[in-house]
Design a protein around this ligand. Structure first.
Ligand code: CAA
Length: 382
């Protein structure tokens, strides 16, 4: 068993680490404060190949593996969690399904622009009434000759306000249940497609989270991603990969919080010395370090399985569940080490805690991950 990174993976990690420390970290508080899309930073991320890490170079992607992608996500999210999720959605939820399920024409049409960062994508599965129960889609797609007409409303769509295109899921044949769901590639300037609302959030404030309305959105048959009825499978397979990205985002946030808490503990004086001399603080740092490492190992395993072409549904659910809950525990302890200062905005501890919170919710709540894992346990999958 090899746990060493390849030369290419190490290079990816180191490049992203320097970039995040030099260009993202110094801006992260401002991005959070302003709550605006970090255009300049995303542009820089695109220049270093981060908007299509695992997309083939034939389509202007970086052509790297999924372990590299997870490494990049950890580093970028350590610098700026909002930049992390913007990158994750474009890579995992948009480029990935187009590369996997798209026709040659669709790949040619979308991948170069998305992977190079000239365009940004979003993924519209959730609806006001169907979050965890993704199979209960109420957005409808009706066939009209050679076209599809879509009507409905999607919510909590990351990148929604800033995206140039969207992967939309809709029910094409209700009588077939989950096998009646279709996926479509929808340019954001299509008539009837509109951003109805942008949410005000607790954290990851630099990324948009929007409601999207679809009013008689008319699409050619060629806009369908995959075949008729394959939409739910497209969504679930895509989320398997997406969960690795969000797990790595949670990991990056936690690692940054741990490092800052460690540095602070070495400086902060109390009871006649730095608080790092106190066992109470040392034990917290030790527990945080174990959890950060354990999450990383789960993430690497899921990413390595994806690279091998093996099924990794359970492993990515485990990685996402553990990393997101770990990130909440670790950022909470980090804030505790900062004490009263941690509760104030002069230090980034409170931002890390706010940014970590969403990782337990989006791309499948902790409860959904437990469901996926339990099903695997109960059916003898492990
Ligand atoms: N890969 C491939 N196929 C899968 C699959 C997977 N991981 N999971 C399920 N399927 C298939 C099943 O095999 C089944 O097909 P067959 O009948 O042919 O076998 C079909 O899909 C239905 O599966 P289930 O019976 O398991 O479906 P379910 O209705 O019980 O739902 C669920 C399962 C796990 C709860 C699912 O609904 C789910 O994952 N919900 C959470 C949705 C989610 O993560 N939303 C996030 C939105 S995106 C987002 O958050 C982006 C962002 O902002 C950053």
């Amino acid at each position: 068993m090899h746990l060493e990174l390849t030369e290419e993976q190490t290079m990816m990690r180191d490049t992203c680490r320097s970039f995040a420390r030099e260009e993202l970290l110094p801006k992260a508080a401002e991005i959070d404060e302003r709550g605006e899309f970090p255009k300049e930073q995303v542009q820089r991320m695109a220049e270093i190949g981060l908007m299509g890490v695992a997309v083939s170079a034939d389509y202007e992607g970086a052509g790297m593996d999924n372990v590299s992608y997870a490494l990049a996500m950890e580093e970028i999210s350590a610098g700026c969690a909002s930049c992390g999720v913007i990158m994750s959605v474009n890579n995992s939820l948009v480029c990935d399904p187009i590369a996997k399920f798209g026709s040659a024409e669709q790949k040619k049409q979308w991948l170069p622009d998305l992977a190079s960062g000239r365009k940004l994508g979003c993924f519209a599965l959730s609806e006001p009434g169907t979050g965890s129960d993704a199979a209960a889609q109420t957005t409808v797609a009706v066939k009209d000759g050679h076209e599809w007409v879509i009507n409905g409303s999607k919510n909590f769509i990351t990148n929604g306000n800033d995206a140039d295109m969207c992967i939309v899921f809709a029910m094409g044949d209700k009588s077939k249940g989950v096998k009646g769901i279709n996926a479509y590639l929808v340019p954001a300037d299509t008539k009837g497609y509109s951003v109805a609302k942008n949410e005000k959030k607790l954290g990851i404030k630099g990324s948009s989270t929007s409601q999207i309305n679809l009013d008689d959105v008319r699409l050619p048959a060629s806009a369908m991603l995959g075949t008729e009825g394959l939409g739910f499978k497209v969504a679930m397979t895509t989320l398997d990969g997406g969960r690795i990205g969000i797990a790595a985002q949670a990991l990056g946030i936690a690692r940054q919080a741990l490092e800052e808490a460690r540095d602070y503990s070495l400086e902060r004086q109390a009871f006649g010395g730095p608080i790092s001399d106190l066992q109470a603080i040392q034990f917290m740092l030790a527990d945080m370090a174990i959890e950060v490492d354990a999450a990383r190992l789960l993430i690497w395993r899921a990413a390595a399985l994806k690279d091998k072409g093996a099924r990794f549904t359970t492993e990515s659910a485990m990685a996402k569940l553990y990393a997101s809950e770990m990130s909440n525990r670790v950022t909470n302890k980090a804030l505790q080490i900062f004490g009263g200062y941690g509760y104030c905005k002069d230090y980034p501890a409170e931002r890390h805690l706010r940014d970590a919170r969403i990782t337990e919710i989006y791309e499948g709540t902790s409860e959904v991950q437990r469901l996926v894992i339990a099903r695997s346990v109960l059916t003898g999958g492990r």
